[in-house]
Design a protein around this ligand. Structure first.
Ligand code: DGY
Length: 316
């Protein structure tokens, strides 16, 4: 219903002979109207599918909508229980964006540690006077203590990458990950121990009530002085005001964020913080990944219309 971003996948949707209705950043009312006339929705993470929107859409057409194929691995934009109650299958795109997102988290870590953006800003400002032995000295990832908060697919993939670069690893997750531990020598820790241990903490948490403001003034204070925080998961895991204070006070050495609590708004307090990289939700943004995400949506829709279980149905 909203856009399918990649031409290869778009062509395949058309080849199915389906009538396509594309909405860009629809308002809740536009979404309700369009949903009432649709059998399937390819939603973006920016589409808020609340119980109210879903009920209104189903009431208007007596339950025509069969599937919401979310073009994302996260699905905190959808009230999955409400969809289930309306007989609508909800699917996501796990797996296909793991490597791209892990690579992006690694990019952010290395950028902060080696002060890449600061260096570029210095050069573009015209202030660079030439090579100096103590200019913009950073630190190496090798030997750093990297904590992974949320060791699902993406957290583990980042763990594999930083292990190869010589970092020490620990993780906090709902369940132990023995294969990950033996591949990377990562040790499992509880949440508070991980905070106290991590010189670099990377968040890979789902959105939602359980993770809301997990990183707040109290928990940020548990990180070692000078630690850096990376978030490529969901913005509302962090209390952005508390983070800005921890950066301004110098308790944290830096932060790199790809996601925000109220996207596309970025809390103004973050904009003036030192050592802070702010990216516009680019974690999975490679051509091949976005194609794979769109094709995963297509496969899930095809399965539902063929009367089969959707491969990536979100369980209730
Ligand atoms: C997701 O898939 O949940 C990411 O945030 C966007 O690719």
């Amino acid at each position: 219903m909203t856009q399918v971003l990649e031409a290869g996948a778009w062509e395949q949707f058309k080849a199915m002979g389906w009538e396509l209705n594309t909405l860009i950043q629809p308002s809740p009312n536009a979404l309700k109207d369009a949903l009432a006339e649709s059998d399937a929705l390819v939603s973006m993470l920016t589409d808020r599918l609340s119980a109210e929107v879903l009920q209104a859409a189903q009431a208007a057409q007596g339950g025509r909508l069969k599937i919401i194929a979310n073009h994302a691995v996260g699905y905190d934009n959808i009230d999955v229980q409400a969809a289930h109650n309306q007989g609508i299958v909800v699917t996501n795109t796990p797996g296909v964006l793991t490597q791209a997102t892990a690579e992006f988290a690694l990019t952010l870590i290395l950028n902060l540690l080696r002060r890449v953006s600061e260096g570029e800003a210095l050069l573009r400002s015209g202030q660079w006077q030439g090579w100096e032995p103590t200019q913009l000295l950073g630190s190496s990832l090798a030997g750093k203590k990297v904590g992974i908060l949320g060791a699902g697919r993406i957290g583990q993939a980042l763990g594999q990458l930083v292990h190869l670069l010589g970092a020490e690893l620990a993780y906090c997750s709902r369940s132990p990950q023995p294969a990950f531990e033996s591949q990377t020598q990562a040790q499992q820790m509880d949440f508070q121990s991980l905070l106290k241990w991590s010189e670099v903490l990377s968040l890979h948490l789902p959105g939602g009530a359980d993770t809301f403001h997990l990183l707040n003034a109290e928990t940020l204070a548990m990180l070692p002085k000078g630690a850096i925080l990376i978030n490529t998961g969901r913005g509302n895991s962090i209390d952005e005001v508390a983070l800005a204070e921890a950066l301004q006070s110098g308790h944290l050495g830096g932060a790199a964020l790809d996601v925000y609590e109220k996207e596309p708004s970025v809390h103004p307090a973050l904009l003036s913080c030192p050592n802070t990289l702010l990216l516009p939700h680019l974690g999975s943004a490679t051509v091949s990944t976005r194609r794979a995400m769109a094709l995963t949506c297509l496969q899930n829709i095809q399965a539902v219309f063929a009367g089969q279980p959707a491969p990536n149905q979100i369980p209730i």
